[in-house]
Design a protein around this ligand. Structure first.
Ligand code: ADP
Length: 162
């Protein structure tokens, strides 16, 4: 049986922290599907189509990683893709409470799905899409935080305020 994991998130935009988690998950599972959430409520900087394209470009070298989007209950999406697990990243204690709640709620909704938490390389534990966007907005260099395609997309999207 093929083991499939879904890595859901807003990915607004994808960072090297996300990529680190994707690479780790790709070693454990036969197939990893990075599932970009519509998440209108969060008023994303990048459209869903842009976020999906940025992930797709960044994972081309990982043969068992696919990119998709979803706009329904996560557990329903996981079942529809015949996946066994949800992968989430844990950066620090601050992530824990929300992630714990989410994982237990998803288990209540579908007991057959496991949530796996992965910790990124220590240098990425401070990284978040929100911080990357703030730095880019102010004209800062985000080269070490995001893959090159995301860096140029941020440059195009944001005009630095001087
Ligand atoms: P969401 O809106 O679901 O929080 P994100 O795109 O912000 O979506 O994050 C998706 C997942 O990746 C979450 O589990 C989040 O904790 C994790 N994540 C985000 N940034 C990092 C990082 N730098 N290192 C490891 N995991 C991360």
């Amino acid at each position: 049986m093929k083991r499939t994991a879904i890595y859901p998130g807003s990915f607004d935009p994808l960072t090297n922290g996300h990529l680190d988690v994707i690479q780790r998950a790709a070693k454990l599972f036969d197939r990893v599907i990075v599932a970009v959430a519509e998440n209108e409520g969060k008023q994303p900087l990048f459209t869903l189509t842009e976020r999906v394209a940025l992930v797709k470009q960044a994972v081309t070298k990982l043969p068992n990683v696919e990119t998709d989007s979803f706009d329904c209950l996560l557990v329903e999406y996981v079942a529809a893709r015949k996946a066994q697990a949800i992968v989430r990243g844990l950066r620090a204690v601050s992530d824990f409470e929300f992630e714990f709640q989410l994982a237990l709620m998803n288990r209540k909704l579908d007991e057959s799905i496991e949530t796996i938490f992965m910790m990124p390389k220590d240098t990425y534990t401070f990284l978040s899409s929100r911080i990357v966007k703030e730095i880019a907005r102010l004209g800062g260099d985000v080269r070490t935080f995001v893959p090159p395609n995301v860096q140029s997309a941020l440059k195009k999207k944001l005009k630095p305020v001087k």
